[in-house]
Design a protein around this ligand. Structure first.
Ligand SMILES: Cc1cc2nc3c(=O)[nH]c(=O)nc-3n(C[C@H](O)[C@H](O)[C@H](O)COP(=O)(O)OP(=O)(O)OC[C@H]3O[C@@H](n4cnc5c(N)ncnc54)[C@H](O)[C@@H]3O)c2cc1C
Length: 380
């Protein structure tokens, strides 16, 4: 076993960190308050290879590993969790679904545009009445005359408004239950597809989230992604990998919050000394640093196993569950260590505190991760 990153991986971390500090840090609050994803960032993210992190070079991708991917998402999240969320949804959901299950033709048509950052990818599973129970979805795709016709609505879709390509999961044969669900590639702007309500969110506000409505939306038969009836099964495989991304996002957010708390504790003086001199503060820092290292190891282990070709349902869920809850605690302690200054927007603490809550909810809540882990344990 070797717990060290390679020289190239250390270099990758340093270059993404430098980019995030220079191009993202100065704008974090401005983008949060505008509640707009900064589309001007796309070419810069693409130049660094962050719009196609794990995709083959033949499609213009960076052909990096899942461990590399985790490092990239972690470093973006350390500075701006909302940008990291958008990059993770683009890479780890939409593009990954096309990369894993698309035909050669679909990959040739869509991946280069996604990888170059010409379009943002969206991925639509959740519906208003079908979240954790995603297989209970109502959106339908009906075949007729060489086309599929989509009807229904998807809720809480990252890049629902600003995306260019969306993978949509819909029911194609209700009588077959989850084996009657299929995936489709739909281009934003297709007649019958409209963005609905833009969500006014607690956190992750620079990441676009909205409803997407399909009303007799006609797409060519060739837009079916993966085999008919395999859409839900494929979705679970996409989520196995996607959850490693959310675990990495959690580690990065926790690291950012921890560093902000540590720096503040060294500067802030009360009772004639830095608050970092008080054991109560030191223990918070020590506990957070230890938990973050444990979360990082679980995340890299899941990524390493994915790179080794192992199915990581259990490891991905464990990493996502643990890292997201570690991040919630780190953000909470960050506010606490800042005292009243943690409650105002002049310091980064309050934003980490708002952003972090999504991580125990998105791509499966903590309760659902426990359910997935328990099923894996009891199946053995
Ligand atoms: C900012 C943001 C971005 C998102 N981006 C996307 C996206 O791009 N694409 C997409 O498809 N979705 C997206 N989602 C949706 C997200 O994945 C869902 O919100 C999540 O899966 C939970 O579903 P729900 O909100 O319907 O909650 P519910 O499923 O209604 O859950 C409510 C509560 O009940 C609990 N619960 C439910 N079932 C069980 C059970 N069996 N056992 C124990 N407890 C249970 C849950 O854990 C939770 O605490 C996004 C959400 C947000 C907020």
């Amino acid at each position: 076993m070797d717990f060290r990153l390679s020289g190239e991986q250390e270099l990758l971390r340093a270059s993404v960190r430098e980019f995030a500090e220079a191009e993202i840090r100065p704008h974090v609050m401005e983008w949060d308050e505008a509640q707009q994803f900064p589309l001007t960032l796309l070419p810069k993210l693409a130049d660094l290879g962050l719009m196609g992190i794990q995709f083959p070079e033949e499609y213009g991708g960076s052909a990096m590993s899942a461990v590399d991917y985790s490092i990239c998402i972690e470093e973006l999240a350390r500075v701006c969790p909302a940008v990291a969320l958008s990059v993770a949804a683009h890479n780890g959901l939409c593009s990954a679904h096309i990369g894993m299950f698309g035909t050669d033709e679909q990959k040739r048509v869509y991946l280069p545009r996604l990888v170059r950052g010409e379009v943002l990818g969206a991925w639509g599973l959740t519906e208003a009445a079908a979240g954790s129970d995603a297989a209970g979805m109502r959106t339908t795709a009906t075949r007729g005359g060489g086309e599929w016709v989509l009807n229904g609505a998807k809720t809480f879709i990252t890049h629902g408004r600003v995306g260019g390509v969306m993978v949509v999961i819909a029911v194609t044969d209700r009588s077959k239950g989850h084996r009657g669900i299929s995936a489709f590639i739909v281009e934003h702007g297709t007649a019958g597809m409209t963005a609905g309500k833009k969500e006014n969110k607690l956190g992750m506000r620079a990441s676009d989230t909205s409803e997407v409505i399909f009303s007799d939306c006609r797409i060519p038969a060739g837009q079916l992604l993966g085999a008919e009836g395999q859409g839900f099964v494929n979705t679970l495989q996409v989520l196995d990998a996607g959850r490693i991304g959310i675990a990495a996002l959690s580690v990065g957010l926790a690291q950012g919050a921890y560093e902000a708390a540590r720096d503040y504790a060294v500067e802030r003086r009360q009772f004639g000394q830095p608050i970092a001199a008080f054991q109560a503060i030191q223990w918070k820092l020590a506990d957070n640093a230890t938990r973050i290292e444990a979360a990082r190891l679980l995340t890299y282990r899941a990524a390493y196993l994915k790179d080794a070709g192992v199915r990581t349902t259990r490891e991905s869920s464990m990493a996502k569950l643990f890292a997201s809850e570690v991040a919630v605690k780190a953000a909470d302690d960050c506010v606490q260590i800042h005292g009243g200054y943690g409650f105002v927007k002049d310091y980064p603490a309050e934003k980490y505190f708002r952003d972090v809550k999504l991580l125990t909810i998105g791509e499966g809540t903590s309760e659902i991760q426990r359910l997935v882990i328990a099923r894996q344990l009891l199946a053995q």
